[in-house]
Ligand binder design. Structure first.
Ligand SMILES: Cc1cc2nc3c(=O)[nH]c(=O)nc-3n(C[C@H](O)[C@H](O)[C@H](O)COP(=O)(O)O)c2cc1C
Length: 163
């Protein structure tokens, strides 16, 4: 099972990117995880930009989504919502269909249990627009249970069925 892993944070030292890097190492048997690092290259969503064909970074993003059976998204909360760059990426794939009915594991790497929930809620609401099946949806606290919770999320992603 090919899983595309996407960080909602673009910063190099991102805790969410680190979570994805751990997830690559902890992937259960039968799951291959690839991190997508192209959100930063996407132009702002504008249907006018694909009058002939979509910009190359958009084509690469859509191809990566189409190739992957499932997704893992780890995202921070910015301003009580999901980061604009992640929303922008999702907007580029709403009309073209690669995200339609996808099974998506969603989490956030957080310092405290109560952090990041509004961002994940906004992300899940947006994924509802493509009828995605959400797996997890809870933040994972950076602490002693981090790897156990991450492994449980990956296992749930492996066995999840489309609704
Ligand atoms: C501009 C900005 C806005 C933020 N807004 C929120 C917020 O509304 N709620 C929250 O819990 N954390 C907020 N944060 C904290 C980030 O979610 C937190 O630093 C997160 O761990 C960053 O993830 P990263 O390390 O993967 O980049 C904000 C951070 C920044 C820089």
């Amino acid at each position: 099972m090919l899983v595309l892993a996407i960080s909602g944070s673009l910063q190099a030292g991102s805790a969410n990117l680190h979570l994805l890097q751990r997830a690559v190492k902890l992937s259960p048997l039968g799951m291959e995880m690839v991190i997508f690092d192209g959100l930063r290259a996407l132009p702002h969503f504008n249907p006018d930009l694909e009058t002939n064909e979509a910009p190359v970074p958009v084509q690469e993003w859509r191809r990566a989504l189409a190739r992957s059976e499932r997704l893992l998204i780890a995202s921070p909360e910015y301003g009580h919502s999901l980061p604009g760059s992640l929303k922008n990426g999702i907007d580029w794939a709403i009309g073209s269909g690669e995200l339609e009915r996808k099974i998506v594991a969603v989490t956030a790497s957080v310092s405290h249990r109560e952090r990041g929930r509004r961002g994940l809620k906004a992300l899940c609401d947006t994924l509802g627009a493509v009828s995605a099946t959400i797996v997890g949806g809870e933040p994972i606290v950076r602490g002693p249970a981090f790897e156990v919770e991450l492994k449980a999320l990956l296992q749930a992603l492996l066995v999840a069925n489309e609704i």
